[in-house]
Design a protein around this ligand. Structure first.
Ligand code: GDG
Length: 491
């Protein structure tokens, strides 16, 4: 091998490419002028330093459509300088946004993978657009990166991307991480394109899931749909051999920047904002709900459980308040609008039933929060009520613990991926069991401070270790090595 070629390959292998549905910036048009704002959130924060160190590139949809003709080339210079890595935008057509993004991604895979068969739409045009859009991501990437660079693909919008990149001649390692749950084979089998989708998963070198349950479900589906593959279980992973290729399947529970939330919670400005917030609810314990507007987050059953609690335990009336923040999301989708209406009707009914002078049981905010507001709410809440009916992980539950150095109680759905890790310190509930959730609220209300601190310290110690940096490093190490030590392999 010539020296130049060897050097080129080394430089390419050192470079990290991340692909996600969206870029970590928001592009918007304000009064005829296009603007780019940096994005926030755990994934961006955790990946940014790695991308900076590894001459990185992040590829994703700009959020604009072809028809809008945003001058993207000239737009990202400043954002790239600030981020410290390259941004590679993919532009989708209006039709692709409807069929690929809102359609197959959010009306087919999202509900099916969250066990909601009744909400799942099976449309051939959605599937075709999904394939086409993934091809568009692949073509955009192939023209911009070296074929030897490692690539980390994120989430359900892009399952076919690895296969498409291989067809285009990519030789570097490609890993995939699924942020949402993977369903049981009984559910997955309903998908008309199930076999193709499983084959697409197996085009990667590494496939990562949030929990043990997710990867066990996936392995079960592979066994059922491709009886000829060889599967070797290990202690915390599986190795699949398919047509001479080795695919590693493992779980990597995503986490948060613990130190950042912990630090923010202790800032004087956060403590001040938290105290002002608490003063609005004198002599009441604050129960916090914070979720994107999404039917998987279980806000409607949560309201019903709170109603059950107020009926079952009248002594709590006037002494607790449920502060529910719903952050606008996918609001253009009719199902999300319907959910918002249902939620607001129920809210009016519960508040109508129980409000009395000086006390309103549910305080509802439909808006997003600044980081300071978020930190202050976490800090001020006596109880966090996190009850999704299904969730890949759920970062809110982890952020609440990191922001609660002085106690607080986490009530957590057993159907959130986070329950696998947080079961020892949290009170686990089945969100469909309204009485059970009501009892958990009552128990949390009366939990002595000593027990709160014992549980919370346990949760915080866990999250201090298992933070988002550990998650990034774990995934990238597995992607790089591509194999696990021989000792942990067994047939
Ligand atoms: C998917 C999976 C998985 C929310 N509102 C505001 C705000 N947030 C931040 C929270 C938290 C994040 O958004 C929400 O994360 P979740 O994990 O709870 O939920 P999804 O958005 O559904 O995420 C999920 C996750 O991917 C990661 O793999 O855990 O299961 O569904 O970080 O803090 N932040 C601010 N203002 C808000 O109004 N600043």
């Amino acid at each position: 091998m010539g020296r130049d070629r060897a050097e080129r390959l080394k430089a390419a292998a050192d470079r990290l490419v991340v692909v996600a549905n969206r870029l970590p910036v928001t592009v918007a048009k304000q009064e005829q002028e296009w603007t780019v704002r940096p994005g926030s959130g755990g994934l961006v924060t955790a990946l940014a330093p790695v991308l900076r160190n590894r001459n990185g590139l992040w590829c994703g949809w700009s959020g604009t459509t072809e028809e809008e003709e945003a001058p993207l080339e000239g737009l990202f210079g400043e954002a790239e300088k600030q981020a410290g890595f390259r941004l590679l935008p993919v532009t989708l057509s209006k039709e692709e946004v409807e069929l690929f993004y809102l359609g197959f991604s959010n009306e087919t895979l999202w509900p099916l993978f969250h066990d909601l068969l009744g909400r799942t739409h099976f449309e051939k045009t959605y599937w075709e657009s999904y394939l086409k859009a993934n091809q568009r991501y692949a073509s955009t990437l192939s023209g911009a990166i070296d074929s030897a660079s490692p690539i980390w693909v994120h989430d359900y919008h892009l399952i076919p991307l690895g296969g498409r990149l291989r067809e285009g001649g990519h030789i570097g390692r490609i890993g995939f991480f699924l942020h949402i749950p993977f369903p049981t084979s009984d559910l997955f089998r309903r998908l008309p394109w199930r076999r193709q989708l499983i084959e697409f998963f197996l085009a990667y070198d590494l496939v990562g899931f949030q929990t043990r349950r997710d990867f066990a479900n996936f392995i079960h589906c592979v066994r059922e749909m491709l009886p000829d593959v060889q599967i070797f279980p290990g202690s915390s992973h599986y190795t699949i051999l398919l047509r001479g290729r080795r695919i590693l399947v493992q779980h990597f529970p995503i986490s948060i920047d613990f130190q950042e939330f912990n630090r923010l919670a202790k800032f004087p400005s956060t403590q001040e904002a938290a105290a002002i917030f608490q003063d609005k609810y004198p002599d009441q314990k604050i129960i916090l709900g914070l979720d994107r507007l999404d039917y998987t987050k279980g806000v409607v059953p949560r309201f019903r459980a709170f109603q059950t609690c107020l009926k079952k335990y009248p002594d709590l009336r006037g002494k607790v308040v449920l502060v529910q923040v719903v952050v606008p999301s996918r609001i253009e989708v009719p199902e999300y609008q319907a959910m918002k209406r249902e939620l607001e009707q129920l809210l009016a009914q519960i508040n109508g039933e129980f409000t009395r002078p000086g006390w309103v049981p549910i305080h509802y905010f439909f808006r997003s929060l600044s980081r300071l507001e978020l930190a202050a709410m976490y800090r001020a809440a006596d109880i966090a009520l996190v009850t999704p009916i299904r969730d890949g992980m759920n970062l809110v539950s982890k952020e609440y613990c990191a922001s609660s150095p002085d106690g607080g109680v986490l009530i957590l759905s057993e159907f959130a991926g986070a329950a696998e890790q947080l079961r020892e310190g949290a009170i686990l509930v089945n969100p469909f069991d309204l009485d059970g959730v009501a009892d958990a609220i009552y128990g949390a209300f009366h939990m002595p401070m000593e027990e709160q601190l014992r549980r919370m310290n346990h949760l915080r110690n866990h999250l201090r270790q298992k933070n988002v940096y550990e998650w990034v490093n774990g995934f990238l190490a597995a992607l790089q090595e591509g194999q696990v030590p021989a000792a942990s392999r067994s047939a």
